[in-house]
Design a protein around this ligand. Sequence first.
Ligand SMILES: NC(=O)c1ccc[n+]([C@@H]2O[C@H](COP(=O)([O-])OP(=O)(O)OC[C@H]3O[C@@H](n4cnc5c(N)ncnc54)[C@H](O)[C@@H]3O)[C@@H](O)[C@H]2O)c1
Length: 1640
Amino acid sequence: MSSADIQKVSILGKESIHCGFHLIPYIVNTVLTALPSSTYVIVTDINIASLHLVAFQTAFKKHTLSSKARFLNYVVPPGETSKSREGKAEIEDYLLLNASTRDTVILALGGGVIGDLVGFVAATFMRGVRFVQIPTTLLAMVDSSVGGKTAIDTPHGKNLIGAFWQPEYIFIDAAFLETLPAREFSNGMAEVVKTAAIWNEDEFSALESRSAELFAAIQTPSKDNSGRMVATRSAAQQLLLSVIVGSISVKAHIVTVDERETGLRNLVNFGHTIGHAIEAVLTPSMLHGECVSVGMILEAEVARSLGVLGQVAVGRLTRCLKAYNLPVSLSDSRIVRLPAARGLGVERLLDIMKIDKKNSGAQKKIVILSRIGATYEQKATVVADSVIAKTLSEAVVVVPGVPSKSPVRMATPGSKSISNRALLLAALGKGTCRLKNLLHSDDTQVMMNALQELKGARFSWEDGGETLVVHGGEGSLSVPPAGKEVYLGNAGTAARFLTTVCTLVQSATPGERTVITGNARMKQRPIGPLVDALRTNGSDIEYKESQGCLPLSVAPAGLKGARIQLAASVSSQYVSSILLCAPYAREPVTLELTGGQVISQPYIDMTIAIMKTFGIDVVREVDQATGAPLDVYHIPAGVYTNPPLYNIESDASSATYPLAVAAITGTTCTIMNIGSSSLQGDARFAKEVLEPMGCKVVQTETETTVTGPPIGQLKALGTVDMEPMTDAFLTASVLAAVATGAPSKGRELADGSRLTTTRIIGIANQRVKECNRIQAMIDQLAKFGVETKELEDGLEVYGKPISELKEGASIHCYDDHRVAMAFSVLASAVRGTIIEEKRCVEKTWPNWWDDLENKIGLGVEGVELPVHVSSTSTSRPVDADVSASVVIIGMRGSGKTFIGQLAASILDWQFLDADAVFEEKHQTGVRDFVHQHGWPTFRDAETVVLQELLAEKPTGHIISLGGGIVETPAARSLLQTYAERGPVVHIKRDIDEIVSYLGEETARPAYGEPILDVFKRRQPWFAECCSYVFVNNTGGLESAEESVAGGTAVPLQSTTHPSSTSLRNETERFFNHVTGSKPNLALTAMDDKRTYFLSLTYPDVKQALSHIEDLTTGVDAIELRVDLLRSYDDHVKLEPYIPSVEYVTDQITSLRRRTTLPIVFTVRTVSQGGRFPDDAEKEAFELFHTALRLAVEYIDVEISWTEGQIKNLAAHKGHSQIIASWHDWSGKMQWDGKGVEAKYRLAASMGDIVKIVGKANDLNDNLALHRFAQRMRLLPDSKPMIGINMGIEGQLSRILNSTLSPVSHPLLPTKAAPGQLSFAQIQSALHLIGQSPSQRFYLFGNPIAHSMSPTLHNTAFEILGLPHTYDLLQTDSVGEEIRAALASPEFGGASVTIPFKLDIIPLLDLLSPEAEAIGAVNTIVPRRGTDGSLMLYGDNTDWLGIMQCIRSAWPNAALKPDTALVIGAGGTSRAAIYALGRLGVNAVYIYNRTRSSVQALVEAFPGVKVEAIDTLGRWPQGGRSPSIVISTVPASATTADLKVKNALYLPSSIFAAGSEGVVVDMAYKPAETPLLVLASKVAKNWKRVRGVEVLLEQGYRQFNLWTGRQCPKRLAALRLGLLIVDHPCFVAGTLLQADRSQST
Ligand SMILES: NC(=O)c1ccc[n+]([C@@H]2O[C@H](COP(=O)([O-])OP(=O)(O)OC[C@H]3O[C@@H](n4cnc5c(N)ncnc54)[C@H](O)[C@@H]3O)[C@@H](O)[C@H]2O)c1
């Protein structure tokens, strides 16, 4: 059956592009008929072969049975690496070996990689043979297969060698997209959107409105070849094909006009100038299309800032790309979390852009969009660097001055509420209405799509998208075609308004219904009260999933009308929804609002006012007796009459900013569209705030004009109640800051306040907006030196002359648009003010900065912030609670201060001891206070301090409270409430330890009762108040572990104290996780990294602790199988068993002392293959909650538990994640059956990660699982999935699974499951099946013959099962040999040592900020883009080695070292100084024989205080003696013996008598250098670090940079002979052998 319905597109005069669905038989038939040959060769990659090759083979077989032609196939590994000279040669050899002749026809089946590679083979094989493109990725279909460009990559760059060679045919079979991973689909959509954006607005409109359908088209596998014939094609398929064909047609047209890329073809580079630069930095983590997507938005913003493109177009483009899951800004969370993202600095990007093909000389060129569907020129346009830089910068500076456009006349963006209402009314109305100044938002977009689908109205654009023309449908609406659901995304207002609209639909066809649905979030938002009201009125509405939420199915029976009752205390939008639709009911409606307090009356009034403009008068009932308005509304029946033009009022809050600029600069500004008749409260700002401040205000019904007094003459306001316009208080505050005139008559404050006081009240609600805005204004105004005072419902601002305000303030905006815009007003008067997060204005006025420049006439410049500022304020993913302060509670002596200070230093937060705050406040000691006033008064006063601290320090603080704070119910209740918002951490320590720690002190009557009684009483209170528990387990356990392990391995010379390191590590992990600063989560397959967890199967994990590092080699997490745990007494119990909460807690804390890897907490029940009783749900959840309180990162929850329990658990998960799991042990579950998908969906709705486990009966079950996993990845709300088949037959599934694959280890007592493999086994297997090619690593340097690095890295590769090798490359200079090694496709990375650390830099493309600061590179990491581009990245791990060694040896983790000494001023000293800077050292003394090289260092590290000293042991006047000493000179050049000549003498005065510290000698020959020997003699309290330790540490870091895996440190050091062992398990090599024996 080869017939198929085909759509043909012509290119270069031939109809050679054939498009359709399920075309394989058609393709084979066409090729055999039209391209007769003796040999057909299909070339494809492994991925595609496994999915589609058989179908081709079958189709060919059918035909070739009758003919003599041969059918051959050749399969290459997937990925860009195949697109190489070697890859090409291999195919050619294969063809030659098979005696292929000139008549051969080659079929390229695959993505762009295959198309480019095979096309080039065809172009040169036998001087050119015929070939056919069968693209299987969307990108290949719409882009790379069309146009005849073929190429391969070389180490010198991508696509550098190739040819133009046109295929005979291009067969576009869209059914291939059904198996394409979702991310690849989105990748291709970037090109599709791009093409429409530059060429065709209609296509673009289709793309922007129909993303859900397009995804659906590829997500629903078409059965029985449906779609092959038009008759069997679904609407979704139809759409998909038309989009592809549309995009191809544009490309085909452009290619036909300009085949060899001379001019027009440049247009398809829209988004690529900036996109390519981003790609160069982020590849291979981000795909080409993803980078171009961000590039398109940035280039559109460039066009906007040039005044060529309107914001409407930028907004449409942004929403459209987002709808295809593409990133649209550099702060997208997918980008921010990449380490490479640090390389996205403005300078760096501009630098990369210099080498764009399109540039003319030094000038950069960008394709400038002029509107959707058209470009400014028919080619790329020259753009100044400053404009690009401004667009790329995260921060801006406003240039103060007089606005050059004064008198300004402008409109601000349309009001959102009015836009939504007017749009719906015009659509329901009669006639055509032109909507001007419409605010484009998700709501309006979704509403337009929905109304079109309901055939309720038609829309078109005028003025390049500035005016929306609505052709009203007079209320006639139809049910969308069968099966078509109206998708509303997460647009809340649209969902509420449209629910009633759907009841208006009428249809005569029985059984038809309208379905509206939304995304996952939407499906949780309430709609119940509205549905109840409509149902009671007779509408037939059903909930399709959860009660009270979308999706809804509505019967098309029209709205009955008459009396409708609605509970209106939840949302005024329900009221508006009914009001707006009421005229179309069968009977006139009387709407009665019930349920007491009606909220947001102004919005109801707004709805009624706009309805009036559209010809319907709503009458509100009044109480006959009192005349008070009632909550009853009468709406007449009728049809809205559309006014020909409706000007949407500007957003009144936004209007305050340009008006305020006029006020502060003494100029004039008119805002059109807002006047005295405004429907918005903030419209009063001009009259009620600006006028009394001394501005001239003229307001007509529709316009407002403000003229400011001469600069510096604004008047203070006295008291102003801003309750009716709370959002505008920020604008008022910045003006008040410079208002120095006395208040106008009648406004003076009679209470003795300063004359320049402005007291703003009525704004308490502003504490709970995007941020605590009152606090924000106080903090940011303080940066200008402006004083303020917080009031219960507002604040006072004390004005100051502009000239006295501090210049150069850097404003943190809390991601709040209003903070940013308000301070830009002040910035127009105060020089050098930086607004740190310029993008936060996007919420309401995305083009504010452009308008400020182009419409108001103030200069705006981009600035790059110092790294620390931008990383704390902008690039963090938006999460409201990320920096919520942490409160610490616990017994006295539990370590609250120590842990708290340590946590504060790790997070870079402030530590506050509540007792100290108390003493400061009351000017007396706590004890004295108790003595004087008694305990009850003290407790009350202590609670007040707590309350104040929580209110005043809501973020960025660690607040440690007194032990007795939990004694009063009031304080407990405060803590419990706070725990909802921020972490309350209970520090727990064994009571015996506390008693012995407090020692003598406990004898004192501080408690007045035995400490044990106090402990017992408070324990339950601590438990009820805290959200987390941190176990401070300082002693005890260490010895227990060791006795279990029977011995331990220690470094030759143990310099570091393990418990201090482990406490620091755990504190770092715990606080980073619970605050969300850096959640301790493994990446998922979505991040492109394979991840693994080790299943621990011990009944008592302490048995594993001594060798946990070896066991966890390579893995990303550890699974604790809680159901397998058995306490000592119950070790042999095999029956179902519930371990106690205490035992489990102890197990987790023990693990935490040895590893910070994330823990997967699994309680597997008997019926799901574990040992936990099936009926012990309560106990299971008690354990889960315990785990969450201990900040365990992953909780594996079986979806068979009660849904409510799981939801409750999820509500408490904080930054941890839920793995929702389902295990089928029956062996009957079919991966291609219906049931599994239902399980997946259920699990995905409950968890962050889905885990489904089946059982393989044969190999095919694994392939079925693989296909299932791929299909699920395409779902719009897909979650990372762990998919495994049990049993030996299932081993392949364990190799292919990519997220958190469970692995075992040969040393474990039992495997957690049959068929489980070790990490190393999986790596070997991946290599064998071509998923992990071997790589070569090098050491560049001279001399290096004795280097330890090869042993270190090769051992590590071997242990991890990685197929790589590490070799020495000793050369005289950085020359050809090194270049060749770098250019080889196998190059995996290199270490660089003396003398090449500087010489290597010119060969690299990008340096890490650290390498740049140090000025030397010791590590090279190649980064390959999926497109084959190679970028060499230079890093420096020397400093990390130094820092890590010092940190581990440092005696008190909570204290920062203050002063350090560095001996020597060569290259290594630079790394040392950098490391010291990162450790927070205040001063670094440098000693070197030649002073001039020291001076160079002082200049090189401006951020560190570097001082030269002339004599070792004598410190500068007033300077402290160092507590860190680092020597960077050869050991042979030093001596501690005064008699030795020609050597640097080291006096013992280097180490101050009795001091503590760390001494590092970077020299590692001999092991005991003179400096270390001296330290061991005269500085007993100093920890000594040998050079070899630093060397190893930096090597571990290199390994991690290259492989993304932790280096197996212990075993590698063992191999190097640097460890001694006394445990039988760890005789060198044993472990490796054990590993190998497993894998045979
Ligand atoms: N010649 C041109 O004009 C041109 C234009 C643009 C891009 N390119 C080139 O295209 C290449 C990128 O192409 P690409 O994005 O298609 O990448 P690709 O060919 O590497 O394919 C992406 C991945 O998807 C897999 N895959 C492909 N089709 C599949 C299917 N139907 N089902 C399941 N998996 C499938 C592949 O195995 C691969 O792992 C680059 O080398 C780029 O230089 C060329």
